[in-house]
Ligand binder design. Sequence first.
Ligand SMILES: [Zn+2]
Length: 174
Amino acid sequence: MHVNSMFGTLPLRRSFVMTIPFRTIPIPSALAETARRERRSPQYGHPAHVERATGYGPCRLCLDTFRVGEDDRLLFTYNPFEDLDPYPSPGPVFVHADGCTPFAAPEGIPEPLRALPLTLEGYAAGRWLVARERVANGDVEGAAVRLFAHAAVAYVHVRNSEAGCYIARLDRAG
Ligand SMILES: [Zn+2]
């Protein structure tokens, strides 16, 4: 896109956007390994369930989407507030049933998540929900920056906007 100005035709620069680097944290790999090995929820003891993927997921460990009809996934109950707050919110999560490589990039959002309907929730100490934002057009960074701009927000939970399920956590990087 170009604009005409007294200096001729210039490329239109995007306005300066504040960036706050963040990293995406999957569920603990040790917990996923225990769920795979023992076929039960490590936090609750409920039986875990293995099935051929009928939806995209994603896997809460590698944070990639499932290949529907091909990948086997393990379903178990998970509390995403463990070690963050004593008030739990157990809910269902999926991981690849047969093992996968945990997502470990030092910064940014896993690209497969960008296409999913996501809602970000910014929490302060004491599990107080400071602000919630539904991601529009895959702009996870924009929504995350607006939440982390609140000084009180300590971490952000990523949830599926349609199912409500917990997907991952965002922490400020660095
Ligand atoms: Zn996986």
